[in-house]
Structures are given as structure tokens and as C-alpha cells.
Design a protein around this ligand. Structure first.
Ligand code: GUN
Length: 308
């Protein structure tokens, strides 16, 4: 079997067009949604993500700016920034880019964000609402995965979904969303016994562990839908050759940049067994940003009492 490629970039383009339409409609009422991003420190990957988010906002007409703070920012300074944005009536959405440099503890600061401006859906209030199946800001990556599964016609009701990874950002909210849609959900993690055996129970397998190519062909139930949320930098030429044998594009990328991006799934092996699979890059990444745009427009409408 050779799996169908689930084109996240194409689905994300459709969502961006939808968001642009909603932004244009809001503009007729004098409302231009505004997102403020806080970036602390100089993590290169975070810088790239934040840049992509800002560009995407610009494209659909959402105002956005990034407050870059030095790695030595104190907890009091960061808390003051968040409080100022909470109190600014012109700000609709606040995104605190994670991870924070030590010793700053992400959870402590996420708790300070006004839940009505929490476009990441990480505030405990939004986490609780999501668990109860009530309207809430849905974390952007799992929200994007659901958009892709729906756009691809994947039936979730009654299906067995296995989520590999139990992070607050992806694994846990992913499980909640799949459960809401009447899937039978199993969540796996580093201490799961017989991970390949549990994964092989899946009709829909979502990998979100942050370990390059952890999920191989032996983890995939023949005909399953495989969603790869991982984005890992791989610098080891031998590993790249094993994962993408004879792939000139990957070799060239490695030579040029010193790394290539690999998901949590061994794409070559898994795509021989799955019925459908997301690539890395071009799979879930663009949908995460689309999810953020949806949430930002939602925040702008909600704050003004407009239907969402
Ligand atoms: N770091 C990695 N993913 C995310 C995300 O979705 N939101 C935020 N704020 N930080 C991240």
C-alpha cells in the first residue's frame, strides 16, 4: 500500500482564505483583530515560529506585533508585560511563545493571561472548558489536526484513535478533541509498554512526542491514517539516508543548512502501511498557524459580544 498524502498546506490555505473573509467582514464594523506575541530569549526555532505567525497575520489582515524580551527578563517584568496586554482594550489575543528560558516557568505565566485573550488555549479555564466539551479556545495544533481530518473525510465516530505523547500543548488537548468526536481514545507515552502493539490498534494514529522517526512501519495498523505532529532537526547524515534513501532533496538540504526537518514518524516506512499520512514539512505545521488565526478572530468577536 502507498499512503495518500494529506496536504496540510492546502487545507491551511483554505482556512486562511476563510479567516481573511471574516476579517474583511469585521473591518466593515470598524474592527481589526490584533494579536500580541511575547518572545522571551533567543531560541532560534521559536524565532522562526514567531516570524511565521506574524507573516500569516499580515496576510489575512490581522494586526500583530512581537515584543522581544531578553533571556534575562525577570518574572516580575514578564508578569507586568502580560498584565499590560490584558488591560489594553485594543489587544484581542496574547500569545506567549514557549518554551521560556529557565528559570521562568511557562505555566505560571500562562495562568496570568486573560482567558478571553488566550488564543493558544493554554489557560486552565480554557483547558477545563475544552475537557467539558464547552466552547473554548482550542490549542492551535490539535485544532489544526481536527481541521485536516475533517477536510480529508476521516471518520472519527467509533474509530480507535491513538495519541502518542501527553503534552499540554498537543497530546492532552488532542485526546479531548478526538473524544468529543466520539472516537475511542488511547494516550501513549514514554512509559507505555509495547508501544508498537498499542499503536497498531489505531485507525487514526497521532504522533506528538518530539522524537525523530520514533514511529516506524511496525507501529502502523494496515490502512490507518497517520498524523505526524513532530518537527525535529536531524543533522546526522547516516540517519537522514536511512529515513529517506536516495532522496537528493534531503541530502542537499542537509548540506546547505546542516539539518533537515523530520517528523516523529518514519515517513518512508509508515507510508507503505498507512492509507493516508501527513508529511513533514507541509503537514501539520501550516495548520497550527491557521488555528491561531481562527482563534484570534474568535477572540476579537467574542470580546465584542459578536457570535462566534
Ligand atoms: N511552542 C511550540 N508550540 C507552541 C504553541 O503552539 N504555542 C506557543 N505559545 N508556544 C509554542
Amino acid at each position: 500500500m502507498t499512503a495518500r498524502i494529506l496536504d496540510g498546506a492546502a487545507v491551511a490555505a483554505g482556512i486562511r482564505a476563510r479567516v481573511a473573509g471574516r476579517v474583511a467582514e469585521l473591518a466593515t464594523q470598524g474592527v481589526v483583530p490584533r494579536l500580541e506575541v511575547i518572545l522571551v530569549g533567543d531560541d532560534p526555532a521559536s524565532r522562526v515560529y514567531v516570524g511565521s505567525k506574524a507573516r500569516a497575520c499580515l496576510e489575512v489582515g490581522v494586526r500583530s506585533s512581537t515584543q522581544s524580551l531578553p533571556a534575562a527578563t525577570t518574572g516580575e517584568e514578564l508578569a507586568a508585560r502580560i498584565e499590560a496586554l490584558n488591560g489594553d482594550p485594543d489587544v484581542d489575543g496574547i500569545l506567549l511563545q514557549l518554551p521560556l528560558p529557565p528559570p521562568l516557568d511557562g505555566r505560571r505565566f500562562l495562568d496570568l493571561i486573560d482567558p478571553g485573550k488566550d488564543v493558544d488555549g493554554f489557560h486552565p479555564r480554557n483547558v477545563g472548558l475544552l475537557q467539558q466539551g464547552r466552547p473554548a479556545f482550542v490549542p492551535c495544533t490539535p485544532g489544526g489536526v481536527m481541521e485536516l481530518l475533517d477536510a480529508s473525510g476521516v471518520v472519527l465516530q467509533g474509530a480507535h484513535a491513538v495519541v502518542v505523547g501527553r503534552s499540554d500543548i498537543v497530546g492532552k488537548p488532542m485526546a479531548a478533541l478526538l473524544l468529543q468526536r466520539h472516537a475511542t481514545v488511547t494516550v501513549c507515552h514514554s512509559r507505555t509498554r509495547d508501544l508498537p502493539g498499542v499503536c497498531r490498534l489505531a485507525d487514526v494514529l497521532v504522533a506528538a512526542v518530539g522524537r525523530a522517526a520514533l514511529v516506524g512501519g511496525e507501529h502502523v495498523n494496515p490502512g490507518a491514517v497517520v498524523v505526524d505532529v513532530g518537527v525535529n532537526r536531524v543533522e546526522d547524515a547516516a540517519l537522514v539516508e536511512r529515513l529517506f534513501p536516495g532522496d537528493e532533496g534531503r541530502r542537499a538540504q542537509l548540506a546547505k543548512r546542516g539539518y533537515t526537518l523530520v517528523g516523529d514518524v518514519d515517513f518512508t516506512a509508515a507510508s507503505r502501511v498507512a492509507s493516508a499520512i501527513t508529511p513533514v514539512p507541509g503537514g501539520i505545521g501550516p495548520l497550527t498557524i491557521a488555528g491561531l488565526l481562527l482563534n484570534t478572530v474568535r477572540a476579537a468577536r467574542q470580546r465584542r459580544g459578536l457570535p462566534c
